[in-house]
Write a protein that binds this ligand. Structure first.
Ligand code: SIN
Length: 538
């Protein structure tokens, strides 16, 4: 059993910091929610690294929203539902497609500069989009531009305080109400931050896998702490693998945006053959899960660890202008995007599931909200449509702030709350090696393709790590590892339970989609196991 808290504490012994709104995380969800919330509330934004480091910063392709005359929210809705493979919440998708365009205008108002073409916003296409509707900035540096603009605002707004290099260990709850968070300060001391509302914006889980496009900070902390607190966690078996991460000796798994295929790039196996026509009529722009599995099949058939991405037939000027970051990064490894085929393979990219919320971003615990990748609003279903994540964070961030304004004032009486658990004094050891082992197990047994046998093998491996929860934890790497272990177990349990293939979840022993039996979600609650919930995709 995973305990409710990672450490023992007595609130009466801790320093207390009071604020109105606590925001955990500094990607687009955290920064935007903090800015919106600061209009009439004191906001404390807590981030474990800096406000410039998050998954958002590395987003290339862009942000999907309807801005073109020939496009419509109806098409955006259809594309999102189709990619989501029967598990999106249609009401959550409606919110996204109708409120997304205003979200983009907000970003522009807050200082984000998107690329333009002939005096209008420049739009590109990505997999499974029926229209060109992806806005981008500085070619392929969209996330960086958004973080630049929003962090500048956050730094000057007096109502927002930023704590960087602070680690949120746990949510403090009582009677299913979130009272605030337990934080480890940079000097190792602990404080209790008490707030009227807590918003988890802590991002995703790419680090559960050895190969990922996500930065080091994406260790699924938010999902794990919400699970410990008793929140409903949904759809964890759906992990999206991006088809094209750079796969070259000595280079990181750098993302090569889907927009490169959107602008005409081909995929070729190591024999030089284009292969996507054997897998899907949309060829290189088929939904991500299909492209990623097609690549793995080709790699297996040709005995290779990569396939090639080829955009050498497009004009070098266009390629350099549209993809300056990708061009420069590849050049660092001696690969010229304009003349060379680039070796790529799939890597873990996005967590579709997360902490279940309603349409106002509120979780099953009162005063606890979740926004962005950590949340499961229902927008993504079994497979996220490319570039929907940044728009989702904006739209739901705004709704969360409106909902916080409607909350009744929480009690400010002093709290007496303590927790202790059977922990041995022995500190846990060799965290770096244990983390690497977990990442390898997840890639091998719970990755792009799974089966009962591989999942049981993974579960067995992770079960052997469970004594960790009976060790005394005191360091950030230990808390992160505990969070990764918890979230990995949720992924595996969901994947074992779902005996079908759908979207990003592919079971080799159940290769078909089973709409009769499985048009439903799997919801995890600590102490209650797994429950099934019918999909409201109509
Ligand atoms: C990409 O640029 O391919 C990533 C966009 C996304 O994941 O939505």
């Amino acid at each position: 059993m995973i305990p409710q808290y990672l450490i023992d504490f007595d609130l009466q012994d801790l320093k207390v910091v009071e604020t109105d709104v606590i925001v955990v995380g500094s990607g687009i969800a955290g920064l935007y929610t903090a800015i919106e919330g600061s209009a009439d509330r004191k906001v404390l934004l807590i981030t474990k690294k800096t406000i410039l480091e998050s998954n958002t910063r590395y987003a290339q392709g862009g942000i999907a929203a309807v801005t073109a005359e020939n496009d419509s929210p109806v098409y955006h809705r259809q594309d999102t539902l189709l990619a989501g493979a029967g598990l999106c919440s249609s009401s959550a998708v409606d919110v996204l497609v109708h409120e997304g365009p205003a979200g983009v205008q907000e970003l522009i108002r807050l200082g984000t500069t998107f690329d333009e073409e002939n005096g209008a916003l420049a739009l590109t296409k990505e997999g499974a989009h029926s229209h060109r509707r992806i806005l981008h900035a500085n070619g392929d540096a969209t996330g960086y531009e958004i973080v630049r603009a929003l962090s500048k605002q956050v730094e000057i707004i007096p109502n927002v305080t930023v704590w960087d290099d602070h680690f949120v260990i746990d949510l403090i709850t009582q009677d299913n109400e979130c009272l605030g968070v337990l934080v480890q300060m940079p000097d190792g001391s602990l404080v209790f931050v008490r707030g009227q509302a807590t918003v988890l914006c802590s991002g995703g889980a790419g680090q559960l896998y050895r190969y990922t496009t996500n930065p080091e900070v994406a260790t699924a902390d938010g999902v794990a702490m919400a699970y410990r607190a008793g929140a409903q966690i949904r759809d964890m078996e759906f992990i999206q693998f991006h088809p094209t991460a750079l796969s070259y000796p000595g280079a990181p798994r750098f993302l090569i945006s889907e927009a490169v295929r959107g602008e005409g790039a081909y995929l070729r196996n190591i024999k030089g053959e284009r292969f996507m026509e054997r897998y899907h009529e949309l060829l290189e722009l088929a939904p991500r899960d299909i492209v990623a599995r097609a690549i793995v099949s080709e790699m297996e058939d040709t005995g290779s660890t990569f396939v090639y991405l080829d955009i050498t037939h497009e004009s070098p000027e266009m390629v350099k202008h549209r993809f300056p970051t990708i061009y420069e990064t590849c050049m660092r490894y001696g690969l010229d995007l304009t003349t060379d085929w680039i070796p790529v393979s799939p890597a873990a990219h996005y967590m579709m599931g997360g902490v279940k919320t309603d349409l106002n971003g509120e979780t099953s615990i009162s005063r606890l909200f979740a926004c962005g990748e950590v949340s499961s609003t229902g927008v993504h279903g079994a497979n996220r449509l490319a570039s929907n994540s940044l728009s989702e964070a904006l739209v739901y961030g705004r709704r969360i702030v409106n909902q916080i304004r409607r909350l009744p004032k929480a009690s400010v009486e002093p709290l007496s709350l303590s927790f202790s658990w059977q922990r041995k004094e022995a500190p846990c050891q060799a965290i770096v090696a244990r983390r690497l082992k977990l990442q390898k197990v997840m890639v091998r047994y719970a990755g792009l393709r799974r089966s009962k046998d591989t999942l049981l093998r993974a579960m067995d491996d992770l079960n052997r790590q469970l004594p960790l929860f009976h060790s005394v934890l005191s360091k950030r790497e230990e808390y992160e590892f505990a969070n990764m272990l918890t979230s990995s177990m949720l992924v595996i349990q969901g994947a074992l339970c779902r005996e079908e293939s759908r979207g990003a979840h592919y079971r080799e022993d159940f290769p078909q989609q089973d709409n009769e039996g499985w048009r439903k979600h799997i919801v995890h609650v600590r102490g209650q196991g797994m429950m099934e919930e019918f999909s409201d995709d109509v």
